[in-house]
Every structure is written in C-alpha cells, then in structure tokens.
Design a protein around this ligand. Structure first.
Ligand code: FAD
Length: 320
C-alpha cells in the first residue's frame, strides 16, 4: 500500500499511452457524441448527469472562449436529446488564470443558456476568486449556478457561514488537489469530520447540498441527514450508485469528455492507489518490450492525443 502510494506520486512520469489505457473508465471519450451516449445510458438507469468539457490545461484566450462555445454545444445537445443533465465548469478552463474578467464573461456566456451550471473548485490558488465570482453572479440575479466546497480545506466551515445568506447550491466533496498542511487537513479522519461538519452547517443554513463522495461512511452520514442529492464520478463505485438509485435517492454522475483528458486522468488514478501498482507494472513491461524491440535505444513517446475511450477491453481496475 505504501509502495502504491509512492508510485501514485510518480504517475506524471508514466508514458501517456499507459495513463490513457487505465483512465478510460473515468472519461466518456473525446467527443460530445461520446458524452451524450454515456449520459443517455445513465439516464436510462435512473441517474442524472453533469457534463464536464475537459479543458483545464488551456493557456490562451481563444482556447478559453472555445471551451465556453463547447458548453453551448453541450446545452444544445442536452436539450435536443432531452437529457437529464446539467454541466460542470472549471474556471481555469474558462480563462481564470489569464484574466478574471475574461473568465467571468465566459461563465456568463455559459449561464445564458439557461440550464444549471456547477462551478467546480480547483486548487487553493483559485478558491477566493471562485467564491467571489459565485457571489457576484448570484448578486447579479443568476439562480442557475452552484459551487463546490472542499472539506479538506481548513477554511471551508467559515466559507459555509460566509455563503449562508445566498442559500447556495453546493456540491460538497473532500477535495483532490495537493495542498500544504497549513491550509488543508491531511488525515482521512479529520477530512471526514470536516465533511460532516460542513454538511450539517450547509443543511442548517438552508443550502441545497449534493454529497459528492464514494466513501461509505460519508454516504451513510448523508443518508442519515436526507441530503437531496448524491454525486459520483464516472467509473467509480457504479454498484453503489445503482443501490442508491434503487433506494429512491437522486444520484448524479460526473461525466467528463474532451481532448484535454490528461490532468483529470492523473488525478483519478492518483486517487486509486491500488491502480498505481498495476500501472507501474504495465509501464515497466511496456518499456522492457520497447527496449527489447529496439535494442535498448528507444524511449517511450507521448500519447496519440485523443481522449481515452471507454472500451470493453479496458483492464479491470483493482479497488483501492
Ligand atoms: P475516497 O476515500 O477517496 O474514496 C472512497 C472509496 O471510493 C475508495 O476506497 C475507493 O473504493 C473508491 N474510489 C474513490 N476514488 C476512486 C478512483 N479514482 N478509482 C477507483 N475507486 C475510487 N474535487 C475537487 O477538489 N473539486 C471538485 O470540484 C470536485 N468535484 C467532484 C465531483 C464529483 C461528482 C465527485 C464524486 C468528486 C469530486 N471531486 C472534486 C473529487 C473529490 O474531492 C474526491 O477527491 C473524490 O471524490 C474521492 O473522495 P471520496 O469522498 O470518494 O473518498
């Protein structure tokens, strides 16, 4: 387990094609049609969805605007196909690191389509701007927007209190980015305690709460509190998702698609440390094969660019 965790930290040096194979279960595919197919299937099984256009690695203004346009296409498809889905946006994909105003303009553009927009929460360098933007949008009268809070941040209970006057629509999750201990809890129990405290404070303030977790203890805590919505990631604990739906709970699945799959894939794989060992073995095997084929002169090259596709031959993932 410790070895697996150490390997998880080394994932960024794993060749992209290997990451691509193992992350296929977490991503709908590279095109909107792929995402629509996955959402149609989820809806058929009684699950709602939230579609994410992967794009956090953008570096130019025109790319940020292109992501905003891509969301317009997503909404058009949701409407045309009558899907039970909203969207999730990452502010960095809409230009936050380039300019706050550009990003706000892009979010307004997405909001103008009318469907609900969830603003994902990214690393701690974006927390203040994300909460500021959320408040400004709500103050402007946008009601079709929600935000995400991360239980691992020490500040989050204060953020819950600060947001209370807005009666916010909040997705509550543990948080996935690597943050220093000065600002984030590191041990599992403290994060769980914070999650439950934040959930209680949100419910007490009249917020709409979506519990986004696959952690059985937190799922049970959320069930006890009758939270109105559960959320899970595509490709994770699908059996538990089915059980929640069978028990009459509202469940929404996060469905990412697009060409910018790499950063999202790394985070998902790093979160599943048992997977890291399997990947390490596959990587070593691949490098050995390449080395044998080329007499030891060739190095592994980068990926073929397209997003991983959810194929039937995707290797089964060991559970963490
Ligand atoms: P964990 O303890 O990590 O997982 C519990 C169990 O779930 C594990 O033991 C394992 O069995 C299974 N599991 C979890 N992850 C995996 C995996 N990748 N592969 C296989 N099995 C797995 N984080 C943010 O920082 N910002 C966001 O905006 C954000 N949005 C999210 C949206 C949704 C719908 C969800 C479900 C999560 C989101 N997250 C976000 C990620 C979240 O913060 C956690 O990192 C992630 O959900 C794992 O935490 P967990 O509560 O599921 O508990």
């Amino acid at each position: 387990m410790l070895v697996d965790k150490a390997i998880a930290r080394l994932l960024p040096v794993v060749p992209k094609p290997v990451v691509q194979i193992f992350s296929a279960r977490y991503i709908a595919g590279s095109t909107l049609a792929d995402a629509v197919g996955v959402v149609r299937d989820l809806n058929g099984r009684g699950m709602a969805a939230t579609i994410d256009v992967l794009g956090e690695e953008i570096t130019r203004e025109d790319e940020a605007r292109a992501i905003a346009r891509a969301y317009r296409d997503v909404f058009a498809e949701i409407e045309r196909e009558r899907l039970d889905s909203n969207v999730s946006v990452k502010l960095t994909a809409l230009g936050l690191k380039l300019s706050y105003e550009l990003c706000k303009e892009n979010v307004r553009d997405v909001l103008a389509q009318g469907n609900f927009v969830r603003i994902d929460m990214e690393d701690a360098s974006t927390t203040d701007d994300t909460l500021r933007l959320y408040r400004e949008l709500r103050t402007e009268g946008h009601e079709n927007v929600g935000v995400v809070l991360q239980a691992y941040l020490r500040r989050t209970l204060d953020d819950v209190r600060a947001l209370a006057d807005l009666k916010p629509n909040v997705r509550l999750c543990k948080g996935i980015y690597v943050e220093p201990p000065s600002i984030a809890y590191a041990d599992a129990d403290s994060i769980r305690t914070s999650f439950v405290q934040c959930m209680d404070a949100l419910l007490a303030s009249g917020a709409y709460v979506a519990a986004a977790t696959h952690d059985e203890r937190l799922i049970r805590a959320a069930l006890d509190r009758h939270v109105p919505e559960f959320q899970m990631l595509l490709g994770v604990r699908e059996d538990r998702a089915r059980e929640l739906v069978a028990a009459g709970r509202r469940l929404r699945v996060y469905v990412p698609f697009g060409e910018h799959w790499y950063g999202y894939s790394l985070r998902r794989l790093q979160e599943n440390p048992a997977m890291a060992g399997t990947i390490a073995r596959a990587t070593v095997g691949r490098m050995l094969r390449l080395s044998l084929r080329t007499g030891g002169t060739s190095r592994a090259r980068g990926g073929r660019g397209g997003a991983p596709s959810r194929r039937a031959d995707t290797p089964p993932a060991p559970r963490a």
